[in-house]
Write a protein that binds this ligand. Structure first.
Ligand SMILES: Nc1ncnc2c1ncn2[C@@H]1O[C@H](COP(=O)(O)OP(=O)(O)OP(=O)(O)O)[C@@H](O)[C@H]1O
Ligand SMILES: [Mg+2]
Length: 144
């Protein structure tokens, strides 16, 4: 991941989330892991869609809640989109064969990454999303 300046951002609208997604996409390099942390509806899937858009992915991105992971190959880098909400631990993530994806040359974006934090690389790029004060507002804290 190329250097990323921000720390704590207010996303006033989904358009701000889109811009953040595009900025993250531009900074991504092969092998990067993006850990998304935040409650239901804070925008993890939305941010992933915009990261995918920024990577030039043309397929529609759907939340992989039931399949745990979906792979997209039409962009600048392969994208593995995980939603680990239904998993109980990092070990379960490895059980479904994620190691190959985590260590490969694509990028992994992981919703509910806190559940599997013990098996993610130390240098994962973490984004913590929260609800803001107003409707349509979110905050994003970036922990590199
Ligand atoms: N500033 C914002 N950024 C992102 N999404 C926003 C924003 N404001 C409103 N929204 C809306 O919030 C919802 C976020 O839903 P999304 O599915 O991305 O959340 P999620 O964190 O992935 O939830 P889940 O935990 O169920 O996976 C969308 O309906 C989106 O349109
Ligand atoms: Mg989601």
């Amino acid at each position: 991941m190329k250097d990323f300046g921000h720390r704590k951002l207010i996303l006033n609208s989904e358009e701000d989330t889109r811009n953040l997604g595009h900025e993250i996409a531009e900074a991504l390099e092969p092998g990067d892991v993006v850990a998304l942390i935040g409650d239901l509806g804070t925008g993890k899937t939305a941010l992933t869609k915009y990261i995918a858009e920024g990577l030039g992915i043309t397929e529609e991105i759907n939340s992989p809640t039931f399949t745990i992971v979906k792979e997209y190959r039409s962009g600048r880098l392969p994208l593995y989109h995980f939603d680990v909400y239904r998993l109980g631990s990092g070990e379960e993530l490895l059980d479904i064969g994620a190691e190959e994806m985590l260590e490969g040359d694509g990028v992994c974006v992981i919703e509910w990454a806190d559940i599997v934090a013990d098996v993610l690389p130390d240098d994962a790029f973490a984004v913590c999303l929260e609800y803001g004060e107003n409707e349509g507002e979110r905050t994003a804290e970036i922990l590199e």
